[in-house]
Design a protein around this ligand. Sequence first.
Ligand SMILES: [Mg+2]
Ligand SMILES: [Zn+2]
Length: 189
Amino acid sequence: MNKAIFFDRDGVINKLVLNPKTSEYESPHEVKDLELMPNVLLPIKTLYDSGYHLFVVSNQPSFAKGKTTLENIKEVHIKLQKTIEAYGIIIKEYYYCYHHPLGIVSEYSGECECRKPKPFFINKAKEDYDIDLSQSWMIGDQDSDVECGKAAGVKTIMIRNEHSSKKRGSSSPDYLLDNLLEVINLILK
Ligand SMILES: [Mg+2]
Ligand SMILES: [Zn+2]
């Protein structure tokens, strides 16, 4: 069996972006808004080199909410993937949920099976890549990430991102850290 690390994306790998229309920090809605968090590629590479299968599990509801286009979301993804691959890291799968329960684009709105905190994508990775969930981790910056990881039975790490603090507090992560560099010390100790 394989061990895995499941990364939330926004607020963990790349920065959250201030949306002037809502005054909230949100996902990057255009490729020009994509900027990595500081010091993330080295720790991700270190985990990759240690033999972990890496996955991204990310809710991307901004098209469903009418805030950007699906093309823009896909461009952001492609730029991120290229940046990560250029550093010598392979992410096995990027699992994206494009739905939102209260969206305005009908085919992407309403309840779905794949939106975190549901553990759908972690379970899919388990089946597709023979993952030992008891040896695996979910790393995120919101309660929904921790709840997703707990529902799947992986160990959970919450990263304190200053721009998502309103979305933390109701879950109980196994570890609460400030950045991915600290994750290295924890997982590879
Ligand atoms: Mg996040
Ligand atoms: Zn979904």
